[in-house]
Design a protein around this ligand. Structure first.
Ligand SMILES: [Zn+2]
Length: 227
């Protein structure tokens, strides 16, 4: 597995080394998972993150030092309570880092991530944790370590909150690189509404740096979303 060490650990698809020198030139930040989830019957619309993310990458990333908010989460009113569950086939190693990342988020006091149980109401935020296998053979020096994103169901009635049914996944094809706390925190960050930051102190920097603590900007943006 020596060759893996030569690959650059990248959290999301198709980022290349030019991100270190010319952040403005990043063309593709990556795609998001937006698989259909059980759409609550009372909700009419859903918002898909896939298209806007790449399009906005050039303008939203460079204008401030703050950690940006995912565009589809902007202006949404989300409960800070989330119920998580594991998709089938998630190995113990991955479960362990997911749970460590859950602890990190709960330690902030800003959001509360709890295990999904039979009593969970259907109108609550949910996160699915999963693993997938995707081998990258492009020779670009970049490896996809994970995928994550919010999936928002705007509330159309008089209820207080919009719903988020996001997903965070780790690429089990590269377990040594992907099943890391830093990667898991990054992907859950996407689910909760954090977008990529060009600040290296942020857990949302698009290239994995092994960072396992939130920057003050990360925390400020989380507070802004869940105030
Ligand atoms: Zn990312």
């Amino acid at each position: 597995m020596k060759w893996i060490n030569r690959l650059v650990a990248v959290v999301v698809v198709l980022l290349t080394l030019n991100i270190f020198i010319q952040p403005d030139s990043v063309k593709s930040i990556g795609k998001r998972i937006n698989n259909a989830v059980d759409l609550p019957a009372m909700l009419k619309t859903e918002i898909d993150k896939t298209a806007t993310h790449v399009k906005n990458a050039g303008t939203t990333q460079t204008n401030s030092g703050g950690t940006p908010i995912e565009s589809i989460v902007q202006g949404r009113k989300l409960s800070n309570k989330y119920y998580y569950h594991f998709a089938s086939g998630v190995p113990e190693q991955a479960k362990k880092v997911f749970l460590q990342a859950v602890d990190k988020y709960n330690e902030t006091g800003i959001v509360k991530l709890m295990p999904l149980s039979g009593q969970t109401k259907s109108q609550s935020n949910e996160i699915t944790f999963y693993v997938y296998h995707k081998r990258v053979e492009t020779g670009s020096g970049a490896v996809e370590l994970g995928l994550g994103g919010p999936k928002i169901y705007p509330w159309v009635g008089s209820h207080n909150y919009d719903l988020n049914r996001g997903k965070a996944g780790l690429n089990a094809e590269y377990p040594q690189s992907s099943m890391q706390l830093s990667v898991t925190m990054h992907e859950i960050g996407h689910v909760l509404g954090l977008d990529h930051s060009m600040k290296r102190s942020s857990i949302m920097f698009p290239v994995d740096q092994g960072r396992t603590s939130f920057s003050k900007e990360d925390l400020a943006t989380l507070r802004k979303i869940y105030q």
